[in-house]
Design a protein around this ligand. Structure first.
Ligand SMILES: Nc1ncnc2c1ncn2[C@@H]1O[C@H](COP(=O)(O)OP(=O)(O)O)[C@@H](O)[C@H]1O
Ligand SMILES: [Mg+2]
Length: 294
């Protein structure tokens, strides 16, 4: 692992080494979306947020990193033929597996691709890293990580520039994000992860604020960790309806409460500065070296 991380460091001298450096100061913002338990709305928020960034003129790539429940494609109404594994196996180039969608964003099916990269030989990793670097023309990459503490999820968390932790109101509103953040503090090498709390399915703005304040307080007090409150999303039937129609609510119900909330959240997010180690080239380095080895 450590060795691989070192090799990657040598491999990437700068972000645009393999992409022509058309935009010298350009850095891709990489956002991982996670939660303690499943079913809190990660995939729906990831898809609709990705589209909201796209509507702001950003080039967005959404990656389905959830191995168990790969359902981004259902929400985006696309059927991916290839996924990251095909790139790792040299069957496809990265640009051949990226799907355009009718909603202005691009999509990559992750399958088990990411779980394989930790075991690649130097040559294989070199190849994959060059392919992965071609994604650095995106402004924003959003990774729907799935829930919990699988190796992969922790590596995404370690590697992302921003980690959105999604929670929902009672009964597990507090214990769930607390539990997962506690695991980050013990399992990850770097404590400098940028945690943002997103409270989904609330019935009022006050409810979101109240839940976030409690989480921020106990995480600060017991884990000595800083979490920012990035926003809330109303519980609303348009979410379920858009799942059934396979048309994201941000597109078909742009004035609905959940869409308005997500637009606010995204608007706040794009205004925050990126850290010095942001971007695609740093992502793989952090991905490989981010989790403590047992
Ligand atoms: N804001 C919301 N309002 C109403 N229902 C929601 C909302 N967010 C999520 N849901 C419901 O929760 C279900 C699970 O959401 P999903 O995005 O698949 O969760 P996860 O990816 O965390 O497992 C969705 O099918 C949807 O019906
Ligand atoms: Mg999901």
């Amino acid at each position: 692992m450590e060795e691989q991380a070192q090799e990657l460091k040598a491999l990437f001298q700068n972000e645009n080494q393999y992409t022509g450096a058309e935009r010298p100061n350009h850095k891709t913002r990489i956002i991982a979306i996670t939660s303690g338990k499943g079913g809190v709305g990660k995939t729906n928020l990831a898809v609709n947020m990705a589209i909201a960034y796209g509507q702001l003129g950003k080039k967005v790539i959404l990656i389905d990193g959830d191995l168990g429940m790969a359902n981004v494609n259902v929400l985006l109404n696309v059927v991916p033929q290839y996924n990251l594994m095909n790139v790792i196996n040299h069957q496809k180039k990265m640009h051949e597996i990226i799907l355009d969608t009718e909603f202005g964003i691009r999509f990559i099916a992750g399958a088990s691709g990411f779980s394989k990269i930790a075991n690649l030989s130097k040559e294989e990793l070199d190849y994959f890293a060059k392919e992965f670097a071609s994604l650095s023309d995106a402004d924003i990459i959003i990774i729907d990580t799935g829930a919990g503490v699988a190796n992969n999820v922790l590596q995404f968390v370690a590697a992302a520039d921003e980690v959105y932790v999604v929670t929902t109101p009672e009964p597990t509103a507090i214990t769930d994000p607390y539990g997962i953040i506690k695991i980050f503090t013990t399992e990850l090498v770097n404590r400098e992860i940028n945690l943002k709390l997103l409270v989904n399915r609330v019935h009022s703005a006050e409810e979101g604020k109240r839940i976030s304040e409690r989480i921020i307080t106990i995480v600060g007090q017991f884990l000595n960790y800083k979490v920012d409150y990035i926003g809330f999303v109303y519980d609303d039937p348009v979410v379920q309806a858009s799942v059934i129609r396979q048309k994201p609510f941000i597109v078909v119900n742009p004035t609905s409460k959940p869409a308005t909330c997500l637009n606010h959240t995204v608007g706040r997010s794009v205004k925050t500065d990126l850290g010095a180690d942001a971007g695609v080239s740093n992502f793989l380095k952090k991905f490989l070296g981010g989790k403590k080895s047992k």
